[in-house]
Design a protein around this ligand. Structure first.
Ligand code: T5A
Ligand code: NA
Length: 214
């Protein structure tokens, strides 16, 4: 298929949200949609549990390994840095990246632990310099609704109180993100995401914006 992005960079779209908000489901839908419109697409998810660092994170999330809050935070950040060069090269080649969670998750989950030595500022620092998304969609869901969805409760942070703090902290970044109500049907949520990124895609494809840095 003739890519739309020839001679131009790809767009960097991030889907953020609470546990069970439907991020993975919507990343897939969005990729299918953009692909059918002629975009070259790559997906990415964080944590990427396949690398050696990702395996340590996975073990922590499954409560098989204990770690100091700072240590796990830095591993999550390192897990993003592992992919930074690949992301830059991929965008430059004209591929659009749709990414499941990124540094907003990194900052808010760690800061939500209420560790007095781990502020939001501290949490932000290791991610400074990472490629900046062109658009961040925040899939917002009442923690009560999230709890009703499949599989909730198996991993470390899947507790209602933690999810509530995470949600409040996500809202401190409201100006960086486009909020979408994730409580609607799959189709409606998908349509809202497309609406919210339309302008961004146009700007990128028409060469009006560069890849920034966080
Ligand atoms: N974390 C992550 C950090 O602490 N720091 C970091 O830097 C990063 C990157 C694992 C944990 O790591 C933390 C955050 C997390 O606690 P993860 O691997 O991304 O992160 O795990 P989750 O985000 O929890 O992935 P989930 O699979 O739980 O949630 P998704 O992807 O949001 O949801 P999805 O699409 O799998 O859907 C969940 C269920 O809901 C249904 C689906 O069919 C599925 O059963 N569903 C809907 N039901 C009704 N209506 C809809 N609109 C629906 N959409 C989906
Ligand atoms: Na989860």
């Amino acid at each position: 298929k003739e890519p739309k992005t020839i001679g131009q960079r790809g767009a960097f779209i991030v889907i953020e949200g609470l546990d069970r908000a439907g991020k993975t489901t919507q990343v897939k839908r969005l990729c299918d949609k953009l692909y059918s419109q002629g975009h070259n697409i790559k997906t990415l998810r964080f944590p990427d549990r396949t690398s050696p660092i990702g395996k340590m994170i996975d073990s922590y999330l499954q409560s098989q390994t204990e770690m100091d809050d700072h240590v796990i935070h830095l591993l999550f950040s390192a897990n993003r840095w592992e992919k930074a060069k690949w992301m830059e090269e991929t965008l430059k080649k004209g591929c659009t990246i749709v990414c499941d969670r990124y540094y907003h998750s990194g900052m808010v989950y760690s800061a939500a632990k209420h560790n007095p030595n781990l502020s939001l500022d501290w949490a932000r620092a290791p991610d400074v310099g990472l490629p900046k998304p062109d658009a961040v969609i925040f899939l917002d869901l009442e923690p009560e609704e999230a709890e009703k969805r499949g599989g909730y409760g198996d991993e470390k942070y899947e507790k209602k109180e933690m999810q509530q703090r995470v949600r409040e902290l996500f809202y401190t970044f409201e100006s960086d993100m486009k909020v979408v109500n994730a409580g609607e049907s799959l189709e409606i949520v998908g349509d809202h995401i497309l609406e919210k990124i339309e302008e961004t895609l146009k700007d990128v494809l028409e060469g009006r914006s560069r890849v920034g840095k966080f």
